[in-house]
Design a binder for this molecule. Structure first.
Ligand code: ZN
Length: 72
């Protein structure tokens, strides 16, 4: 099913999150930014003990730590 979704996409834009936290350097990659931000929220919870990743936090991280590249 995920495969069919991929075929529907025009470009193959990839979004990459690089955690800005010192001593972390985790990287998360997804072709869907919403999924990626969900993974980021999980990452914050599991790794950095941030129980509630608010919109504000995610918006900030999206701006500061996510790079998008077409045709990755
Ligand atoms: Zn991290």
């Amino acid at each position: 099913m995920g495969f069919a979704l991929e075929l529907d996409r025009k470009g193959k834009e990839m979004h990459e999150f690089t955690c800005g936290h010192q001593e972390c350097d985790s990287r998360l990659i997804s072709s869907d930014k919403d999924i990626l931000m969900g993974q980021v929220a999980d990452h914050l919870k599991v790794v950095h003990n941030v129980q509630t990743a608010t919109r504000t936090i995610l918006n900030y991280l999206e701006t500061a730590c996510v790079t998008s590249s077409p045709d990755w």
